[in-house]
Write a protein of this length. Structure first.
Lengths: 248, 345
């Protein structure tokens, strides 16, 4: 599904990813953990094509397609979704309008027919109910005046409605209380399927109690320095990142 | 400086220049070395439909300055009127139109500025609203890109009268839309809104002044605009609250987005307050489209052009939301949509 080979990337003059390699097969959930400044958010921005994040060497492919030559919106249409650590507010644009415009832009890019307004509304109502969101919130400008937790739910709602193939969750647990964490995790788990993959970026093991990963990787100093099963997350929670930070 | 005399006498030395403080950003004298010959007459019958066509039955046309000199709305009457100011060719002309709205009457004025060529035109409106009268003036200024176009409105309100105005423009070679309002208070209210969408080398100047001369008057003002390429926008807004105009409530906002390094916005918001018990505020912002927000929208699958259009539409659409006449608001939204792409919801 996702294949990263010896990826080097910089922001301005500063090299942040220094030879990162990672394979995530279809249907699997992988977690990336690591100390502050390790390059976790940079990785999510490099994959999604944020301007200012320059790949200097290496390769990134999604289902055999070179991601790095595609515009951010083309990557999205290929099924790549990033749940932002800090979701943005769009004044004046109701959430429903924005999401429907996004869904149809992606469908158009893939040569598919637009989704009708009634079909879209029906799906949006169902997704909002699953995430225990008041449907009226979707009529308000996207994320404007929302709490941190509401914004994260709105990200997962968008993810569900866009139904991507490869999902990146960047610190989705931050700003969530225990109840919200459970609801959001259930929303994410409902999207797990044999033809979808998930990359979970987190500081803490807590989220991984809810979204159980197949593999856990430690990112330090711009590279993957250790990989293992779910038990690695518990080990990190107990021992900290010190020994890996030194290894990097 | 006298615009009417400059055109009638073809005397360019009477045109405003950068030395006239209120005209320093819209210098006409250095642009117009010789005032062109008077515009030839124009066959109004051959004009296509205007931007507000079909909303109302009555259409008043000023064709190269020729048309009726007065419009009267009598007491208690409610009227919607389409006013088309058409300037074509390379000549110059000045027109004057007096509009009176009697006590308790209501007028919706759907005004368009249309035409082509590089001529110089001036329309001076003189509007009187008697006590309790109301007028909503909705303007689409979409004349020729080469034209020099001046529209000037002097508005006097009676006690409790209501003036609502929304100007939409894509500028011209040089264009000034000026509004001066006398607000006597006693419940009189003024709304002075505007939207400019400028590209190429176009220039638009939205200048206004509101004078509050009595107590308990209200003025709200929201102007938003976008400039691209080498375009230039000028916003000058002045609200004066005179001695004794206590209880005045006046709010002015001007927000601009600059989309290119070579585009320019000059803004001068002014509040002059000589009364004590007033609520007045003004705010002005000039910035670029938020790059982080654009990336967020593109990550959701919107191509860059569509993401930009959606942001511009929401930014400018808030001004359209304040229009009372729904049919005209629809036309104005459609006009904006044609200039920024995407849909203005």
């Amino acid at each position: 599904m996702l294949s990263l080979r010896n990826l080097h990337a910089r922001v301005g003059e500063r090299e942040i990813l220094k030879g990162l390699s990672l394979e995530i097969p279809a249907g699997e959930v992988h977690a990336i953990m690591g100390p502050n400044g390790a390059g976790k958010s940079t990785l999510s921005y490099v994959l999604t094509g944020r301007p200012g994040y320059e790949v200097t060497s290496g390769a990134a492919e999604l289902e055999g397609v070179d991601l790095l030559t595609l515009a951010p919106d083309e990557r999205a249409a290929r099924g790549l979704f990033l749940s932002f650590q800090y979701p943005l507010e769009i004044p004046g644009v109701p959430a429903l309008t924005f999401i429907r415009t996004s869904v149809n832009a992606q469908r158009k890019s893939r040569g598919e027919a637009e989704m009708s307004a009634p079909d879209f509304l029906k799906r949006a109502r169902a997704c909002a109910a699953d995430l225990k969101m008041d449907f009226d919130m979707l009529k308000r400008p996207l994320n404007v005046g929302f709490s941190g937790g509401e914004k994260k739910r709105m990200e997962i709602l968008q993810m569900a409605l866009l139904s991507p193939r490869f999902m990146i969750l960047d610190e989705t647990d931050s700003g969530l209380d225990i109840d919200a964490l459970r609801i959001v995790s259930e929303g994410v788990n409902a999207l797990r399927s044999p033809d979808r993959s998930l990359l979970v970026i987190t500081h803490y093991q807590r989220l991984l109690d809810y979204i159980r990963p197949d593999r856990v990787h430690v990112l330090a100093g711009g590279r993957i320095v250790a990989s293992g099963g779910p038990e690695l997350a518990h080990e990190l929670e107990r021992d900290g990142y010190d020994k890996f930070a030194r290894a990097a | 400086m006298n615009l009417v005399e400059a055109i009638r006498l073809r005397d360019s030395s009477r045109l405003p220049s950068r030395r006239d403080e209120d005209w320093r950003w819209t210098d006409l004298r250095s642009l117009v070395r010789t005032v062109p010959e008077p515009s030839p007459s124009l066959d109004a019958v051959r004009l296509g439909p205007g931007p507000f066509a079909g909303i109302c039955e009555t259409v008043v046309t000023l064709a190269n300055g020729v048309g009726p000199g007065a419009i009267e709305v009598s007491a208690g009457e409610t009227r919607t009127l389409e006013l088309r100011n058409v300037a074509c060719g390379e000549g110059s002309h000045a027109a004057h139109l007096r509009i009176t709205v009697a006590a308790g009457a209501r007028l919706t004025l759907l005004e368009s500025h249309e035409g082509d060529g590089g001529g110089l035109s001036l329309l001076s409106l003189e509007v009187d609203l008697a006590s309790g009268a109301s007028c909503e003036r909705l303007v689409i200024a979409d004349g020729g890109a080469d034209a020099i176009s001046l529209v000037d409105a002097d508005v006097r309100l009676g006690a409790g009268a209501e003036w609502g105005q929304t100007l939409l423009t894509n500028g011209a070679r040089r264009q000034r839309l000026e509004t001066r309002v006398l607000n006597p208070g006693e419940g009189a209210s003024v709304r002075l809104d505007g939207v400019y969408v400028l590209s190429g080398r176009s220039h638009a100047d939205l200048t206004s002044s509101v004078k509050h001369s009595g107590p308990q008057g209200q003025t709200v003002q929201l102007t938003r605009g976008v400039v691209d390429d080498q375009a230039r926008a000028v916003f000058q807004g002045r609200i004066t609250v005179e001695v004794g105009a206590d209880g005045t409530d006046a709010r002015m906002a001007h927000n601009a987005l600059i989309l290119s390094d070579r585009a320019e916005v000059d803004a001068r918001p002014e509040l002059e307050i000589y009364a004590d018990d007033v609520a007045c505020a003004h705010g002005a912002t000039v910035g670029a489209l938020d790059a982080e927000l654009l990336f967020y929208m593109r990550q959701r699958g919107l191509p860059e052009a569509e993401a930009r259009s959606l942001l511009l539409a929401s930014f400018l659409g808030e001004v359209i939301d304040r229009i009372q006449c729904a049919a005209a608001a629809g036309r104005m939204r459609a006009w904006l949509q044609g200039r920024i792409g995407g849909s203005v919801e």
